[in-house]
Structures are given as C-alpha cells and as structure tokens.
Design a protein around this ligand. Structure first.
Ligand code: TLP
Length: 348
C-alpha cells in the first residue's frame, strides 16, 4: 500500500525497502566498486552468478542498463537483433538499442513468444547489402504479454536453433524470479542456454535499486568496461547491493503469493460485464485488462478516485501488477477496480 493509502497496482517497481532490508543496507560493508573493492557488491555478484549458473556477474543500476550493455557487448553497429513482440529492450528503453548500440530490432512471433521458424525466416542472408543478424533476445516473464512464462520446451528449442545458426542469445530476465517460481524451474536452468542474462532486484524482489548481468568471465569483463563508458560505474554501491542480497535471500519464495493474488484479481475482473481478461493467460504477477469502448485513461482516473492505481498499456488496455507492498491489499484493489469498470462500461 502506498503511503497515501492508495493501493498501487501500477508496477512491482513501486515497492519500498522493508525495515529489515533497510537495516541490512544501513550496515553494509562498502568500498570503491570501480576499483572492485566493495565487498558487498562482490558478494552480490558472486551470489547471483551462482544462482544463474554463470561464471560471473556485474551489478548495474537498472534493467535497462543490463539489457543495453548486454546488447552493446555482443553486437556491432548496423547489426540486426531479433526480439519478441513488445520486448522491453525495444519498447521501453528510450530507443537505446538504436541510439547507443546502433542496432535495429526486428520483431518476431506473437504474444511475447516465437518459434525456430520465426527465427529462420528473420535471419538475413549474407550479402553486403543486408544487416548482419547477430542476436536473439527473449524476455521471461514477458511484461507486455501479461507476465507470460516461456514454456521450457519451447525456450530450449528456439535457443538451440539460434545457437546452431551462430546467433548470440540474450535473456531479459527482469522477472526471471517470477518465471522460476511459476514454472517450478530453477533460475539457472532457465538461464542455461543464454550468453547473457539481465536480472532485476527492484521488481518483484522488492529491492529499491539494481540489476545484474550474468555470463561468461570474458563477456562480463567487456560489460564492466561498457558500464563505465555509460556512466554506470558506482562507488560505495554496497549500500544498494545489500538490499539486493536481502531480497534474493528473503523475497523469492513469496512471489507465489503475488501470483495467487494476480489470479484472484483476474477471476474477479473476468466476471465483470465490459471487462475482458484472459484468466488462463495469467501465469505470474501481471494481469492485462481490456475495456472495449472505455478509454484506459478514464479507467485510470476513476480507479484513482476510488483509491487504486493502475497503468495504461494500450488505448483500452490496463495493466495490473501485484507485488510485496500490496500483498494483503491487492485483491481488495482488484474488487474496487472491478466495480469501477462495471460502472464505466454501463455508461459507455
Ligand atoms: N519495466 C517497467 C516499465 O519500464 C514498463 C515496468 O513497470 O514493468 N525488462 C523488463 C521485462 C521490464 O519489465 C523492465 C521494467 C526492464 C527490463 C527495465 O528495468 P528498469 O526499470 O530497472 O530499467
């Protein structure tokens, strides 16, 4: 719940550190991380590399930096990268892949997933006039697809295909922790086929700041240099890394609760005339609500007046996200939203 008393379902990024997390942050041992001397950052990097089954990891300021540094490290200017429909790295990162990386993104597949055939069709032939197709990026869970979890068999199939075709593989695992809990698969098994994996501590895990890139020692060395180049070299970053360590140790298993809350909200909304929710597609902590004939902005305004915050994900589409800070209030927020939508739909 927000301080204002509003039930904030806009994003799992809105969580504030718990008292115990703040305590861990306040007492963190620190040093200068640009010199590699912050013991807490080093501990976080070792912990997350081990969890993801990779040789090394690099603490970065945000999921955006994690994605963009990973892309920069594995592509050349003029390359083409293959991304899913609505991929965060192409939709929400201020055009960084084009502006900073100099790569163009080609969208493949539908609803956040794609197949080997989609990759095959998108790979450009080798001739001087074509861009070089160099990397495939997956997102798991998939944000714009409503927190969709990649089925493991499909993930393994498409990554093996991409690998056989010589493409680098990046996973935007901002919510890999949700994917892991939802699928009952260890993070390192989800991460195994990828060269680079970016993960976030500041979403479902509830840390205030921070993400990490995981990969081979050589790749992470290259990423460390790129992070510095982009102004992301932080000094006594152990203060925030401690929040991330606390989150990894204490807030992973509880994600199941957020998923239950999301399912309960979807069920309630699905019963409302004028609301469209695909209950079966709610696999983690995100619910997409369509309100045909009613503008998302009107829903947002009326919901805010009734004490609930949600965000627009299309002209008539609302996104609802459950998280730590609304653990006990999210379902009530869903009920309030259901009433709001029912009233607006009647008037439409
Ligand atoms: N997503 C945010 C918004 O940017 C949409 C949200 O509220 O969900 N990858 C994925 C899959 C993400 O969902 C996000 C953030 C990021 C990367 C970027 O993380 P940050 O915000 O730390 O740069």
């Amino acid at each position: 719940m927000a301080d204002s008393g509003l039930i904030d379902l806009r994003s799992d990024t809105v969580t504030r550190p718990t008292p115990a997390m703040r305590q861990a942050m306040a007492s963190a041992e620190v040093g200068d991380d640009v010199f590699g001397e912050d013991p807490t950052v080093c501990r976080l990097e070792e912990t997350v590399a081990a969890l993801l089954g990779k040789e090394a990891a690099l603490f970065v300021s945000s999921g955006t930096m994690g994605n963009q540094v990973s892309l920069l490290a594995q592509t050349r200017r003029g390359d083409e990268i293959l991304v899913s429909e609505g991929a965060h790295c192409a939709w929400y990162e201020a055009g960084a892949a084009a502006a900073i990386g100099g790569v163009q993104a080609v969208v493949i597949g539908k609803g956040g997933l794609f197949t080997s055939a989609d990759i095959e069709q998108a790979i450009k032939p080798q001739a001087d006039w074509y861009p070089r197709t160099s990397l495939v990026a997956l997102e798991n869970t998939h944000n714009r697809a409503g927190g969709r979890v990649w089925p493991m068999a499909q993930l393994l199939e498409v990554t093996a295909f991409a690998r056989a075709r010589g493409l680098a593989l990046h996973l935007d695992g901002a919510r890999i922790w949700n994917a892991s809990v939802a699928a009952g698969v260890a993070p390192k098994d989800i991460a195994a086929p990828f060269d680079s994996v970016s993960v976030c501590f500041s979403k479902g895990l509830g840390a205030p700041v921070g993400s990490a890139i995981c990969g081979s020692r050589d790749l992470i060395r290259a990423c460390r240099r790129l992070r510095k180049m982009l102004g992301g070299g932080m000094r006594q970053a152990g203060v925030i890394a401690a929040g991330a360590i606390y989150a990894l140790e204490h807030h992973r298993d509880r994600l199941a609760r957020d998923h239950d809350n999301a399912r309960a909200i979807a069920k309630r909304l699905a019963a409302v005339e004028g609301a469209r929710v695909d209950e079966g597609s709610v696999e983690s902590n995100i619910v997409m609500l369509d309100t045909p004939g009613v503008a998302a902005e009107r829903v947002i305004e009326a919901a805010r007046a009734a004490g609930v915050l949600v965000s627009a994900f299309g002209p008539e589409r609302i996104r609802i996200v459950t998280h730590l800070d609304v653990q006990d209030t999210a379902v009530r927020g869903g009920e309030v939203l259901a009433d709001v939508v029912a009233k607006l739909a009647k008037r439409a």
